[in-house]
Design a binder for this molecule. Sequence first.
Ligand SMILES: Nc1ncnc2c1ncn2[C@@H]1O[C@H](COP(=O)(O)OP(=O)(O)OP(=O)(O)O)[C@@H](O)[C@H]1O
Ligand SMILES: CC(C)(CO)[C@@H](O)C(=O)NCCC(=O)O
Length: 328
Amino acid sequence: MLSSPPSAPGQPHRRTEPTPYVDLTRAEWSALRDKTPLPLTAEELERLRGLGDVIDLDEVRDIYLPLSRLLNLYVNATDDLRGSLNTFLGEQGTQHGTPFVIGVAGSVAVGKSTVSRLLRAMLARWPEHPRVELVTTDGFLLPLKELKARGLTSRKGFPESYDRRALTRFVADVKAGKEEVTAPVYSHLVYDIVPDQRLTVRRPDILIVEGLNVLQPALPGKDGRTRVGLADYFDFSVYVDARPEDVEGWYLNRFKKLRQTAFQNPDSYFHRHTLVSEEEALEYARTMWHTVNKPNLLQNVAPTRGRATLVLRKGPDHKVQRLRLRKL
Ligand SMILES: Nc1ncnc2c1ncn2[C@@H]1O[C@H](COP(=O)(O)OP(=O)(O)OP(=O)(O)O)[C@@H](O)[C@H]1O
Ligand SMILES: CC(C)(CO)[C@@H](O)C(=O)NCCC(=O)O
């Protein structure tokens, strides 16, 4: 279903009738970097590499540099619009702006965290918005104890495994312009919420909210009425897209790497996978992919792709091949 949507981004046969999107090939998009007034210096590229991610530097220049420019244009245009709104509202006008909120959605292991960390570093280079914060929806997963009590341990990442109300409230509070908003913290090491720890967001210029579920609509309330969802507070959203077969490969590769690094820690929830053969450990990871993460991708995550402002479609090597941007 993901490989051939009715009008996938940048399909070779361009449709003649108009669609609500602009489809661009990698080459068309990367040519836009010449219009980006803030090119990266060699030193900055080195610093981005220092984030610890295995990002190809051509990818940073060709894809993420134009993307940071596009987002910069959106932030500036939103500021202008806010000025007009304040003029319209007169004395009722808001004093200050609220953070510009960007949602980053996509499958487990598609590279959301990597894209988000990179965007955070690149957006912070623009003088208009140096303060960029990043929050993942992992912090809003229900604690393991609660997941167990609700019979949801093998539904981690599915919509019902999150405290969606708290997540929406968090984004609403940021968008309301509250001075200080806090979120719970999740630890991949212990595979659970860390008690008594909170992450604090203090009116950044930009907030990036990253998670599988950020574009999912809110569940109807008990009275059956539609409610406001967190995506209703986004100023821009990115869906990171790839073939499920490729994402499975990335998931397994990451598991292999983690087995040699983070899982070695005896406190790691997954430490037991370092005590068996690699093949046996990978068998477990394959089962997790096929019984949890892939069904979640197909049932809950992929259907939200059409709601994104921008779709980045990756090829098997993680390189973005096509892009689809919503028209205004
Ligand atoms: N641009 C890239 N180039 C090469 N490897 C990448 C790239 N982006 C991500 N990866 C690799 O793919 C794997 C998944 O990436 P990442 O952890 O960012 O995914 P995620 O979508 O945030 O996953 P999760 O939802 O499980 O947190 C990692 O092993 C990461 O190193
Ligand atoms: C925490 C989530 C849900 C999302 O990041 C994911 O990493 C996860 O734990 N999924 C559950 C199945 C698995 O361990 O892959």
